[in-house]
Design a protein around this ligand. Structure first.
Ligand code: DCT
Ligand code: MG
Length: 448
């Protein structure tokens, strides 16, 4: 009891920065302490009904459960996909708790924490680690699939094929793997740059520069840094930028103009512009969203981030002096989505531009960074903002909740109420939560 009192107190006062610390495991006999003396879990049915902060008290368990989630995702048979989600849901519950779990009895009977997850928690409480997690982390197959699936353009399916073909390293993949699409070619060539996480300062500098260019092309344009950074993360694998304009229609052909401008500023390395494929069918009951994140016009690619952007806050009024090509941009006003494609890297490589490898291997004043630029018409903007803010698991949860509990279909394009048979507009994120009878969760509390 003394141990529990001490460790509960410790958990209560544990500064959140010390989230990796765990109290020493209790001696055997003390594990039998009555459950009533421990803080009890009272959680909601759905993750979107509660706050899930970025930093929390159960990091040690969540990190372990998310290793098993990843392993199950890699194995990816139908059942393993379900298992992978089960580990994630268990981790989500633990992230939302205002105290640290100190006894496995506390999670007993929790709908989202199944037997397997409980076993992992129990082992960590007793031993300080879980054998299955340690073995997974040491497993060469897991390490290689994990490494390859972080390469731009490579998902777990391709990563697994490479491992089966005997590819061991990124350098080997460059030589051995044939029929690589443009993303994989560039992803491999710039893997060193891209495996370094994007820091918040870089994302903010890039946003400021792109905002300044965007504003020149389309005054009044909305430019929002979304994804993990909007949820309060201080680093991430990419920069997700969402654009819109309060006067609907003004966003048409904005993206190719912006890209042309950014190319002339030497900020674009390679990428692909995808046209919008949105239609009202997307909100219909039967529409299968699998394989599509959304249908917005977007550019997916790599940008060249001047190295200075990585270390100090850049004043956007000053940034043009950093660019190699400071010439005024001509012809931007005539760009359309249809004529932008010839600028794409694929075409440019055919035109004799240097290959990814030769660009990557020379000394550079810039770092390659993964960037997504997404355009949303204003009537869909707040749904796009919700979707692009994530997390991926928060989206999964709130969408399933809308469908199962409310008979409504939520996507990044809107919310369809099947009973009223209409789309529900939203003028801010709070209104979306209201439509869904949910307490508003701010972005930093959507870290499921
Ligand atoms: N998203 C989603 N479903 C996916 C992928 C992404 O709903 N399959 C959403 C949630 C987050 C947002 O899009 C941006 O995606 P990522 O950049 O992959 O996620 P992130 O949270 O920003 O992660 P990171 O911080 O590593 O960039
Ligand atoms: Mg991101």
């Amino acid at each position: 009891l003394t141990w529990f009192t001490a460790c509960i107190k410790k958990a209560e006062i544990l500064p959140i920065e010390d989230e990796h610390r765990i109290p020493d495991p209790p001696p055997e006999e003390e594990c039998a302490a009555p459950i009533e003396t421990l803080p009890q879990i009272t959680t909601t049915e759905w993750a979107c009904q509660r706050a899930t902060p970025l930093r929390h008290f159960n990091e040690i368990f969540c990190t372990a459960l998310e290793v098993l989630q990843l392993k199950a995702e890699f194995i990816d048979s139908g059942q393993d996909h379900l298992r992978s989600l089960a580990f994630r849901r268990a981790s989500c519950v633990l992230k939302s708790l205002p105290f640290m779990i100190t006894n496995v009895k506390q999670v007993k009977g929790q709908k989202d924490i199944g037997g397997h997850s409980r076993q992992v928690i129990k082992e960590i409480l007793g031993e300080g680690f879980a054998t299955e997690v340690e073995e997974t982390l040491k497993d060469a197959w897991f390490q290689k699939v994990k490494l390859f699936s972080t390469i731009f353009g490579v998902g777990p399916a391709t990563a697994k094929i490479w491992v089966e073909q005997g590819v061991n390293t990124v350098a080997e993949a460059l030589v051995k793997c044939e029929r690589k699409n443009w993303m994989v070619q560039w992803g491999l060539a710039f893997h060193d740059d891209l495996s370094d996480l994007v820091q918040l300062i870089e994302a903010e500098n890039l946003t400021a520069v792109i905002r300044a260019e965007a504003e020149r092309i389309l005054p009044g344009v909305i430019v929002t840094l979304t994804g993990g950074f909007r949820r309060g993360k201080t680093n991430g694998h990419d920069v997700d930028l969402l654009f819109s304009h309060p006067e609907e229609g003004k966003e048409v052909n904005f993206l190719p103009k912006l890209l042309t401008q950014l190319e002339q500023r030497s900020l674009i390395l390679c990428g692909k512009l995808e046209k919008s494929s949105y239609g009202d069918r997307v909100l219909s009951r039967d529409y299968n969203t699998k394989g599509h994140m959304d249908h917005y016009e977007k550019w997916i690619g790599l940008m060249k981030l001047p190295k200075r952007f990585c270390h100090e806050k850049i004043d956007p009024s000053e940034y043009r002096f950093l660019m190699s090509n400071n010439a005024p941009v001509r012809g931007v006003e005539n760009c359309t989505v249809d004529d932008y494609e010839p600028h794409s890297k694929k075409q440019r490589m055919c035109d004799g531009e240097p290959s990814a490898m030769s660009l990557a291997s020379v000394p550079r004043t810039w770092t390659a960074r993964r960037v997504d630029l997404v355009i949303a018409p204003y009537s869909m903007y707040y749904y796009a903002l919700l979707g692009w803010t994530g997390s991926k698991q928060f989206n999964r949860d709130i969408r399933l909740y809308s469908q199962k509990s409310l008979n409504q279909k939520l996507t990044s394009h809107g919310l369809w109420n099947f009973e009223q048979n209409k789309k529900l507009p939203a003028a801010n994120e709070e209104e979306i939560f209201e439509h869904l009878s949910l307490t508003y969760q701010k972005p930093s509390d959507r870290n499921c």
